[in-house]
Design a protein around this ligand. Structure first.
Ligand code: PMP
Ligand code: GLN
Length: 392
């Protein structure tokens, strides 16, 4: 197409994010669609959310909740969130001053980083890391200090001595993610103690991405930072209703933090989103009153995890432990020596099952011979994918 103004010149830019292209999730979903592959790549359910939730949104719209809600979030929703955290983790956040509703976890994470990281500050990020952390730190002018997880027979774990060694006088923030995307590992109480030992007596803050808080399996408890007295006093805890209620497209989540941290969070929040869509907030406020949906979530997803693992057990994929999230990581060394991105593309185009390489979750792509599958799918979808994967 020719431009309407052929002689007009658009000024050149210097990019603020030189290392960033289109995310691996977007690319792999496009490739899955192109090849009509079963999409076990990007993490989202292929089944519907509870119809009751949809009805509640429609009711909220009909009741006239269609104008700007309060900047911090609808009071009933903030109260419901505070009540849930108190019931589940035993920490009483003040609904007015310590809870803010956000446009998904992504906005909460970026906003928290922009609120506390100054140019020159160092931020410790544990790799492999969810893709939004590092660009947000760079936009804030901070310096990313990556520390890699250790991987042994028991799976991925955080080497706290390496975190301790990475701390300097410039460390402002440590980013934590449990249950962890992409590895499916979870932190335990001993990890929280180790982290508390590192930050106690320092000015270091914690940003804890807990979007998979209700996907922890085998009877284990989610190690929320909000449960820990030393940590909760210096942590932004982030969660997402997209994960818990099978509504990733609604982009609604929240952050909980001590009031003094929340004051700064809200200064940024009010200018990067101001407020979050009103009908969904009213709907979730009502829905959250019933704990059953999140209480039943671990059993629901554990069944899918077990079905998926059982289906791969006899295959040439080697299963890594999957203690939390809706992701299963596998080694494929017995099948191929290809780099992860090439292997994921081959799986998508030739085997017709899309996966996500783990290498882009490192600042400097690291090849581990591991890809990630998402099992938040209908059992029929998983069965079709397993039939194809087991044939390789
Ligand atoms: N953090 C992690 C670890 C995630 O996997 C996701 C899911 N995309 C997010 C944050 C973002 O959540 P949301 O869709 O609510 O922005
Ligand atoms: N969190 C999702 C995943 O890890 C993807 C979200 C996104 O596409 N940005 O697959």
């Amino acid at each position: 197409m020719t431009s309407s103004f052929p002689h007009a010149v658009t000024p050149a830019l210097t990019t603020r994010l030189p290392a960033v292209g289109t995310t691996v999730f977007t690319r792999m979903s496009a490739l899955a669609a192109q090849h009509d592959a079963v999409n076990l790549g990007q993490g989202f359910p292929d089944f519907a959310c509870d119809p009751r939730l949809v009805d509640l949104v429609a009711e909220a719209m009909r009741a006239g909740h269609n104008q700007y809600p309060p900047m911090t979030g609808v009071p009933a929703l903030r109260q419901a969130i505070a009540g849930k955290i108190r019931a589940v983790y035993g920490h009483a956040y003040d609904a007015d001053t310590e809870i803010t509703v956000t446009a998904g976890a992504t906005q909460a994470l970026t906003t928290a980083i922009l609120a506390v990281v100054h140019p020159g500050d160092e931020v410790i990020v544990i790799e492999p890391a969810y893709d939004s952390y590092m660009p947000a730190i760079e936009l804030a002018g901070g310096t990313v200090v990556p520390v890699q997880m250790a991987l042994d027979d028991a799976g991925y774990h955080v080497p706290w001595e390496r975190i301790q060694a990475a701390v300097s006088t410039k460390t402002r923030l440590i980013v934590i993610n449990t249950p962890h995307n992409p590895t499916g590992s979870v932190l335990r109480d001993s990890d929280l103690e180790a982290l508390a030992g590192i930050v106690r007596g320092t000015e270091i803050l914690v940003l804890s991405d807990e979007v998979y808080e209700h996907m922890v399996y085998d009877g284990q408890q989610h190690a929320s930072m909000s449960r820990h007295p030393v940590l909760s006093a210096r942590t932004f805890v982030v969660s997402s209703f997209g994960k818990t209620y099978h509504t990733t497209g609604w982009k609604i989540g929240y952050v909980a933090a001590p009031a003094s941290l929340m004051v700064e969070f809200r200064k940024v929040h009010q200018y990067n989103v101001f407020s979050v869509n009103a009908p969904m907030q009213h709907a979730i406020a009502g829905y959250l009153a019933d704990p059953a949906p999140y209480v039943q979530l671990p059993a629901f997803y554990q069944k899918k995890r077990d079905l998926f693992r059982a289906g791969l057990a006899g295959s040439r994929f080697e299963l890594l432990p999957a203690d939390g999230t809706y992701f299963q990581c596998v080694r494929y060394g017995a099948i191929s020596a290809m780099p992860e991105a090439a292997f994921a593309e081959w799986l998508t185009s030739e085997i017709k099952v899309a996966a996500i390489p783990v290498s882009p979750f490192y600042r400097q792509a690291k090849e581990s011979g591991i890809v990630r599958f998402c099992f938040a799918k209908r059992d029929e979808t998983l069965a079709l994918a397993l039939e194809r994967l087991a044939r390789i």
